[in-house]
Design a protein around this ligand. Structure first.
Ligand SMILES: *Cc1c(COP(=O)(O)O)cnc(C)c1O
Length: 378
């Protein structure tokens, strides 16, 4: 009997933090202190230290964090935000929610990260922000993107939702732009027990703005200086995040070991191309994304074998029904579009075992061979 391998298994993470979290949750429950409070304050400080920024504002989720970050740098209706076509839709949704227009651009073929030349070509008089996404766990080329943005007087907002703990050449993801947003959705490298997110910045005024908008435009009870959101981080989530933050480097190191193991197990497997890391980057392997031909058939076969796989993402955002009204056409972003048809995310989580990885590689190898043979025969 061959073993099944889940795409993501968070149970071991929960076990490791239960001893810390459960008594605090009990106390919070008994004292009915749910919004804000010492765990939220402490988490914000600890995460700021960890990332290497002055201010962290804990918020409700990553999409709200992006909206707040866009608003903080002055984005308003009709402004344009340049972003990669191959991201999770939230990068764009957060723009649309404030009346801004997502402007999609293509990515490079090796790392699938936003292409700096494409950014420069897309800048218009309405461009207010460029939003690079640190996709799959490694940072976008900020050393190239920041100078382009400076030259044109536009702000940079990192989407750091897939990169907690990752390093670019000049620092941690989340510290590489004027203001950054992240998500602590349970499946992220640093995940809550529900929805949560954060905004990061070195600018005290921006941090105060974000805190104000996230609490109904209010810094003082029932004094509302602007129309805001309800987008606060709650104490229940902050407690989990504090506990997991203490483990994050260790868990990211486990992911790195697992990625290296996949690299070597897959090195000689014909028909599977493995992911690479930019020079100077330290990848935290949020996802381990290979490329295979006949991806649909290979993915279906793995699923049938009990191997959890994912596709991040099957449809680039410019081709989604949600964004049909923007009028993009297939063929505009050849790399994002072609890669969407061949990418396959393998099981990746800190506590994945050697046996599990070997089973994944065995099943993948068989699927690729079988499919290759069928293709030749037909
Ligand atoms: C998860 C994710 C988000 C959104 O975060 P939520 O907390 O789910 O709102 C935004 N951008 C990227 C790249 C993501 O992976």
């Amino acid at each position: 009997m061959s073993i099944k391998v889940p795409f993501l298994d968070l149970a071991s993470q929960q076990t490791e933090i239960a001893e810390y979290v459960l008594p605090i949750w009990k106390a919070q429950f008994e004292s009915a202190s749910f919004i804000g409070g010492p765990e939220v304050d402490a988490f914000e400080e600890e995460y700021a230290d960890y990332i290497g920024v002055e201010h962290v504002v804990g918020v409700s989720n990553g999409t709200d964090a992006l909206e707040l970050a866009y608003r903080a740098v002055g984005v308003g209706p009709g402004d344009e935000i340049i972003m990669p076509a191959n991201t999770f839709i939230a990068t764009a949704e957060a723009a649309s929610r404030i009346g801004a227009v997502p402007i999609f651009v293509d990515v490079d073929d090796e790392y699938l990260l936003i292409d700096p030349d494409a950014i420069e070509a897309a800048i218009s008089p309405r461009t207010r922000v460029v939003a690079p996404v640190h996709l799959f766990g490694q940072t976008a080329p900020m050393e190239l993107i920041n100078p382009i943005a400076d030259k044109h007087g536009i702000a940079v907002v990192e989407d750091a939702a897939q990169s907690q703990g990752a390093f670019g050449p000049t620092g941690r993801a989340g510290s590489l732009s004027r203001v950054a947003a992240t998500s602590f959705y349970p499946g992220k490298n640093l995940g809550a027990a529900g929805d949560a997110g954060a905004v990061m910045t070195n600018d005290a005024e921006l941090a105060e703005f974000v805190r104000n908008v996230a609490a109904h435009g209010s810094s003082q009870k029932y004094v509302h200086s602007r129309i805001g959101l309800n987008a606060r981080l709650d104490a229940v989530q902050a407690t989990v995040l504090r506990a997991k933050l203490r483990k994050l480097d260790e868990w990211n190191a486990f992911r790195r070991t697992a990625a290296e193991r996949y690299h070597s197990l897959l090195a000689d497997v014909a028909g599977v191309s493995t992911p690479t890391v930019r020079d100077g980057n330290e990848d935290v392997w949020h996802l381990y994304v290979v490329r295979v031909d006949k991806r649909e058939a290979v993915a279906a076969e793995l699923a049938a074998e009990g191997i959890g796989v994912g596709i991040h993402y099957p449809t680039p955002v410019h081709l989604t029904e949600a964004y049909a009204s923007l009028g993009y056409r297939r063929g505009q972003f050849p790399i994002a579009e072609a890669s969407a048809g061949i990418i396959l995310s393998l099981p990746m989580f800190p506590h994945i075992t050697v046996e599990q990885q070997k089973r994944v590689v065995e099943a993948l190898t068989q699927a690729v061979i079988r499919h290759g043979q069928q293709a030749v025969a037909s």
